[in-house]
Design a protein around this ligand. Structure first.
Ligand SMILES: Cc1cc2nc3c(=O)[nH]c(=O)nc-3n(C[C@H](O)[C@H](O)[C@H](O)COP(=O)(O)OP(=O)(O)OC[C@H]3O[C@@H](n4cnc5c(N)ncnc54)[C@H](O)[C@@H]3O)c2cc1C
Length: 417
């Protein structure tokens, strides 16, 4: 009889583990507490704008190798779209200066040698000062490794690291920042092409996975929150979901792919990150002008990235704890002013929605990074996944998929043992 892998949590980490295990012939049972899959990466219909929106604009890069493999495995690769080359138009709304960083499409970061493609008003020596990040340890601060000031920092390093770490870069872990730089900037333009799920996160990254899992006979239960485990000395024996209890038979495995707070309440002795940072997204029902780039970096304002979707303009603001209690209307007005300046549009505030994810990511500081556990536990049939586990990356989709793949590989190794 085939063995069952119980996946707790249907976010990206849980789904990537589930897909890998289903493809390897495991019987998969996914248990999700809420009534929707996707976790922190999901779409929903919003009455205020009368549009389907995402909880957050998720920016991916072509070098996100595990995420791209996940897309291929669920047949949705074409759903992530972006420019042919790694070009990042930007506008500085303080000075009005517009420009573009063109990382090209090569496998080496040769763009730094070409004055017309790198950040304007910078020399090669400025880029060389970033080198210490490449080998920095996870305990070091970004602010102690590289200069966190000047044009190169403001136009390239700060936006990249703020988006990836979701903390003010100088306080971030240089080791995590270094991993991002190694896998993106240092890997040349071919690894840096920006990609977005134009038809929505759920349509591109979540629903195809659920469909594939169902086609492979997996059971997917929503509103099925794991409340407790019953453990024997070295393994999980039962999963308790409140109303019902599920037996974990010999050879079965359990992957917990829930956020850190839920994981530590299920496993009280587990060390997990305990501090989080918010991300604010705002969506405006507005037809973007035809010449607006799909992704525009915004420097010197409240808004950091402006995304042009069909019938919608949308912005992301990272490290946004300062905005979570600001009155919504005031925040929408302030963001709309930035959009008008950056995007060259005008008009009254259109229908809008603001999504404030208070615990969007764990704090990517050295202190919090040191609290991330690996995938194995004290129980031989219980494994951990999640963007907050020790993936070597900050809390990103790429890290989530990597954690799901890694947990699935441990389940497969358990079956072989
Ligand atoms: C606003 C926002 C913007 C972001 N932008 C980007 C970006 O641009 N690029 C990028 O790469 N990443 C981005 N991220 C990060 C990315 O979304 C996360 O890293 C990723 O979605 C985390 O997936 P996960 O599966 O690890 O966790 P989650 O998505 O949190 O999934 C955990 C799941 O477990 C379920 N669960 C919890 N407790 C239980 C229980 N007891 N029983 C059963 N189920 C349970 C939850 O309901 C949830 O569905 C962003 C995140 C946010 C919030």
């Amino acid at each position: 009889m085939s063995k069952t892998a119980h996946i707790i949590g249907a976010g990206i980490s849980g789904l990537s583990a589930a897909v890998r295990l289903a493809n390897a012939g495991f019987k998969v049972a996914v248990h999700e507490a809420t009534h929707q899959a996707g976790g922190r990466c999901r779409s929903y219909f919003d009455g205020a704008t009368n549009l389907t929106i995402d909880n957050g604009n998720h920016l991916l890069l072509s070098g996100n190798s595990h995420e791209r493999a996940y897309d291929r495995s669920i047949g949705t690769e074409a759903g992530l779209v972006g420019p042919e080359r790694a070009q990042f138009p930007f506008v500085d709304i303080k000075t009005g200066q517009r420009g573009q960083i063109d990382l090209g499409d090569g496998r080496l970061p040769t763009w730094v040698l070409d004055e017309s493609r790198r950040v304007p008003d910078n020399g090669l020596s400025d880029y060389l000062k970033l080198a210490p990040l490449i080998w920095a340890s996870e305990e070091t601060l970004v602010g102690k490794s590289i200069p966190c000031e000047g044009i190169l920092y403001q136009r390239l390093v700060q936006p990249l690291l703020l988006a990836a770490l979701n903390v003010d870069p100088p306080e971030g872990s240089a080791g995590l920042a270094g991993a991002v730089v190694r896998e993106t900037l240092l890997a040349g333009g071919q690894a840096c092409r920006p990609l977005i799920a134009r038809d929505g996160l759920s349509a591109v990254l979540i629903e195809p996975a659920i469909k594939l899992l169902r086609a492979k006979g997996a059971s997917i239960r929503f509103g099925h929150e794991l409340r407790e485990f019953a453990m024997s000395a070295d393994s999980v024996g039962h999963l308790k979901f409140g109303e019902d209890t599920v037996a974990v038979e010999t050879g079965d495995a359990v992957v917990i792919a829930v956020p850190p707070r839920a994981a530590s309440s299920l496993l009280p002795h587990l060390k997990t990150p305990s501090k989080f940072r918010a991300i604010v997204n705002a969506h405006f029902r507005f037809d973007p002008p035809g010449d607006m780039p799909p992704i525009l970096g915004v420097v010197g304002g409240l808004v950091e990235w402006l995304f042009a979707f069909p019938r919608r303009l949308s912005v992301t603001i990272s490290n946004a704890d300062r905005l979570v209690d600001m009155p919504r209307e005031e925040l929408a007005q302030a963001i709309w002013r930035d959009i008008c300046n950056a995007g060259g549009v005008s008009g009254e505030l259109p229908p809008w929605q603001i999504v404030r994810e208070r615990r969007a990511t764990f704090e990517a500081t050295p202190e919090q990074n040191a609290l991330r556990p690996g995938p194995a536990t004290n129980w031989k049939n219980l494994f951990l996944a999640g963007d907050w586990t020790d993936t070597g990356l900050p809390a990103t989709i790429e890290g989530s998929v990597r954690s799901g793949d890694r947990a699935a590989d441990l389940v497969l190794a358990m079956r072989r043992a």
